[in-house]
Design a binder for this molecule. Structure first.
Ligand code: MRU
Length: 398
């Protein structure tokens, strides 16, 4: 999306890759809205740390970061020994997958990279395939967000007041956003509407990131305290809720998203307000059968007991808010059941959450698409592709 800093406007993606330096480039989200900066991670361990520390956050954004991180780790390997290389790739995969456990997107993205790598017969071939697949994932993810924006924009009319939670904007994705993509498309269509951004304690992604994004795009908005949504709904001041998701179970339609989403869904149901969840296909978990099995990240109690802000001199500082001797619980996500969700906005259309499994033909990314990257790069010759189980036989389970 376009970013205007000190009067200069430039298009950015949240995550990109610097091929020459083997570095992942990330918009440093902890500094926003006060400072816009792009940072580089030069080794896969630093990339994993950036995910853990939330330099980059949001399920599709950490998915692209993990995909690039896997390619980066593969390219850090020196030598020609394929068995040692494979062990290194496994280490990189596990480190990146463990960085943040709730979102399924990073695992789905890395599985696609690993699947594509199988078409390579040598270390350099597999390294090249890893980067091509990571790039393909990032490009595809941006396209999917754009496409879901087109479908979601049909729900918006001039005069509407929309509530969103956390940041499911372009900063949470490679580009365009999930919950915000319909807003950007509707704005381009000339529709005029107002957005309420839940502040989203404890890290305040709504007050800092979503509000900054909407301000950058010139969309009318206001930040509200997390506890204010019920009051506004009761007064008829909210017409529609759109949120994102970190993991949606295709089998059950259960949605894991930022803590507080469930509360908003209950309130929306109580007041008869449509509640939509916008997702790219990488957010769908095709394996898990029960929402209660989703690993819910527990973060540091310091996030609840205090807050980050910027002093008058521009220094970023943490202040303790809570009683000094008190402790806190800090679950990062919650689970919204399908009966509270009106529809799932996806790149291929809007579905009822209970219909996701039935519609898997349309929603499941074409298995094997990434595995055929080797053919596209001309690596299928010399028996490498077939020998290593490319094509339908070498398809990764995901
Ligand atoms: O902890 P975060 O900031 O990474 O959590 C992100 C979210 O939960 C977002 O709300 C979002 O809907 C998922 S990313 C589009």
């Amino acid at each position: 999306m376009n970013v205007t800093v000190a009067g200069r406007t430039r298009a950015y993606r949240t995550v990109t890759f610097d091929d020459r330096r083997n570095a992942v480039c990330l918009v440093e989200q902890r500094l926003l809205p006060h400072r816009f900066e792009v940072v580089r991670t030069r080794r896969y361990r630093d990339t994993a740390q950036a995910i853990r520390d939330m330099v980059v956050r949001g399920a599709p954004a950490i998915a692209a970061t993990a995909a690039y991180g896997l390619a980066q780790g593969a390219r850090e390997f020196r030598g020609r020994d394929l068995a040692r290389f494979t062990r290194q790739v496994e280490r990189v995969y596990r480190t990146l997958a463990a960085a943040r456990p709730t979102a399924v997107d990073p695992v789905n993205a890395m599985n696609r990279v690993r699947c594509a790598m199988r078409a390579g017969a040598t270390v350099p071939e597999q390294q090249a395939l890893a980067l091509a697949a990571a790039q393909a994932f990032a490009d595809g993810s941006a396209r999917e967000c754009q496409a879901l924006g087109q479908h979601g924009a049909k729900l918006l009319r001039t005069g509407m007041r929309i509530l969103t939670h956390c940041n499911a904007g372009w900063l949470a994705c490679v580009d365009f956003g999930t919950a915000t993509a319909p807003l950007y498309v509707a704005q381009a269509q000339g529709k005029d509407f107002h957005v309420f951004c839940d502040e989203t304690r404890p890290r305040c992604q709504g007050a800092t990131l979503t509000a900054w994004e909407l301000a950058q795009q010139g969309i009318s908005h206001a930040v509200i305290a997390d506890n204010a949504a019920g009051h506004l709904m009761q007064r008829g001041e909210i017409d529609l809720v759109i949120v994102g998701s970190d993991r949606t179970l295709a089998r059950t339609g259960e949605v894991a998203n930022k803590i507080g989403t469930y509360t908003k869904a209950v309130l929306a149901k109580r007041h008869g307000i449509p509640f939509y969840v916008a997702i790219p296909l990488s957010t769908l978990d095709w394996q898990l059968r029960r929402g209660c099995d989703i690993p819910i990240e527990e973060r540091s109690e310091a996030e609840v007991l205090g807050a980050w802000g910027v002093t008058r001199s521009g220094r970023r500082e943490y202040v303790r808010v809570a009683n000094p001797s008190s402790h806190a619980r800090n679950p990062g996500f919650d689970l919204t059941p399908p009966e509270l969700i009106t529809g799932m906005i996806t790149p291929v259309g809007i579905f009822r959450p209970g219909d996701l499994w039935e519609c898997r033909q349309a929603l499941r990314p074409r298995v094997g698409a990434d595995c055929s990257l080797g053919q596209k790069l001309g690596l299928a010759r010399g028996g490498g592709f077939n020998k290593l189980g490319g094509g339908s036989g070498g398809v990764a389970k995901w």
